[in-house]
Design a protein around this ligand. Structure first.
Ligand code: HEC
Length: 449
């Protein structure tokens, strides 16, 4: 029963790998020796291999989207699948295009950060350069320990009223549709966790759930009734007065609990507005029935609210002007937000919202005593990868501080959305909800301090 010790010769790392080995802990992962003797071939035992090194990273960071049912254009669940796209995958990994994770890491630390570490990127490069070796399938490296950000309990499931088939074509592949879902609880409830379950992940690009208060419901019912078929067209938001997100889902998200002790009040008589963005480019036109799952509690110690942030003067005016043809137009806004909340407050998560002309945006606290605290910085805005990012160290906003949102837009001919397959001709753009309008909005999940 005594295991053979590995031949010493098999345990010498090639010089080129030594630096990398200490970075990524190759030796600890079993590249060097092991209970079973290490095989005796120096190259085989020291090369970066799929099974011994890369697979846990791919499984943890890519497969959530790149599996058969996922939103990614191909699966990355096996060695053969990865080898086939290894070159382009490495490019995407090194440019940090994949996995999609928009926040600039120098701004703040976020819960559930999906990005790869420098070491993991170096490992990917070493695997490609080292000949894309498969390694020993019988001894795969253990799965990575990744932070478990997921919904811990489901108390209520809400679904779109009926199936909907996106009204989209290959020329106009996007359809933004809002569905009004009645809220049936008869007592006050706090939403303390959220997850969306796309009915058909091949066509659902993202989902946002808005809370319509009892006073707002009639307006949404009118929107719904005014259009044929289930729901109504909406683009930048819910199409109506609510800016209150209950939660948002983008591919790869497993949902999450809201920070412990906090929750969002939903009163009896409310409605949930589900905004679903369909894109039929990959899968073609297929029906969908999306659901959201909620964790509910009767009370919380810190009732929260989602505070949308924009210059009220932009709404319904032409103040937020983005002239046709200009490549970098900046609009910003700052204000002592404690006047709205009624005192100091804690910021638990931050999101930014623009439409398709947006290029970069920042949300920050400008401190009364000087200095600032970065909340969220997106350097390469992509309308399709919007999210709300939980701050690992939630900052407190004090009276006298200013909450600042800054947005940049490119309205030059080279940055126009496609309309019917053709880039739109630049035209003056202002604040609004439609595809041809823009927004500059920060939204923050806050509790009174
Ligand atoms: C959150 C979902 C998600 C995750 C996680 C993700 N991808 Fe992707 N990937 C996509 C989507 C969606 C596309 C299609 C292009 C797009 O919409 O950006 C894509 C496209 C790609 C492409 C093709 C790009 C091109 O230039 O054609 C490659 C290669 C790729 N992903 C590799 C990876 C690798 C490797 C990982 C993990 C390190 C990863 N992806 C993680 C969603 C994801």
């Amino acid at each position: 029963m005594v295991g053979m010790s590995p031949p010493r010769g098999a345990c010498v790392l090639r010089p080129a790998l030594v630096g990398l080995a200490s970075l990524v802990g190759l030796a600890a992962l079993g590249a060097c020796g092991g209970d079973d003797g290490g095989g005796g071939d120096p190259d085989a035992s020291t090369a970066v291999t799929y099974y011994q090194h890369l697979k846990p990273v791919i499984d943890a960071k890519c497969v959530g989207c790149h599996d058969e049912a996922g939103i990614g254009p191909f699966a990355l669940t096996t060695y053969d699948e990865l080898v086939e796209v290894a070159g382009v995958a490495l490019q995407n990994v090194e440019s940090r295009t994949m996995p999609p994770w928009p926040p600039n890491p120098d701004c703040a630390d976020y819960v559930g950060d999906r990005s790869l570490s420098d070491e993991q990127i170096a490992l990917f490069r070493a695997w490609v350069d080292g000949g894309r070796v498969m390694g020993d399938a019988a001894r795969p490296a253990p799965p990575l320990e990744v932070e478990q950000v997921r919904l811990s309990r489901v108390d209520k499931t809400l679904a779109m009223p009926v199936q909907y088939t996106p009204r989209a074509t290959s020329d106009n592949p996007d359809d933004y549709r809002c569905f009004v879902v009645p809220w049936t609880e008869t007592t006050d409830k706090y939403v303390t966790g959220f997850r969306a379950v796309p009915g058909n992940p091949r066509v659902v690009h993202h989902v946002i759930a808005f809370h319509a208060s009892p006073a707002q419901v009639a307006e949404y019912e009118q929107l719904d009734a005014a259009e044929a078929g289930p729901g109504y067209t909406c683009f930048g938001g819910s199409g109506g007065p609510s800016q209150s997100w209950l939660g948002a889902w983008a591919p790869g998200s497993l949902g999450s609990d809201l920070p412990p002790g906090t929750g969002l009040l939903v009163e009896p008589g409310s409605a949930i507005i589900l905004q679903v963005h369909y894109n039929v480019l990959e899968a073609g036109v297929e029906p969908d029935l999306t659901q959201v799952e909620l964790k509910l509690d009767d009370s919380v110690t810190r009732p929260a609210r989602i505070q949308p942030w924009a210059n009220p003067q932009w709404l319904g005016s032409q103040l937020m002007h983005i002239p046709a043809g200009e490549a970098d137009v900046m609009h910003s806004f700052e204000f002592d937000a404690s006047l709205v909340i009624g005192g100091p407050f804690t910021i638990w998560s931050a999101s930014l919202h623009m439409h398709t002309l947006g290029t970069r945006a920042t949300a920050s606290i400008v401190r009364a005593g000087g200095g600032s605290a970065c909340l969220l910085q997106i350097d390469d805005w992509n309308f399709h990868w919007q999210g709300s990012y939980g701050l690992r160290t939630p900052p407190v906003f004090n009276q006298g501080d200013k909450l600042r949102v800054e947005c940049h837009f490119d309205n030059s001919p080279s940055n126009q959305p496609l309309v019917g397959g053709q880039p739109r001709v630049p035209t003056d753009v202002y604040w609004g909800e439609g595809t041809n309008d823009e927004m500059c909005l920060g939204a923050f999940y806050v509790t009174p301090q």
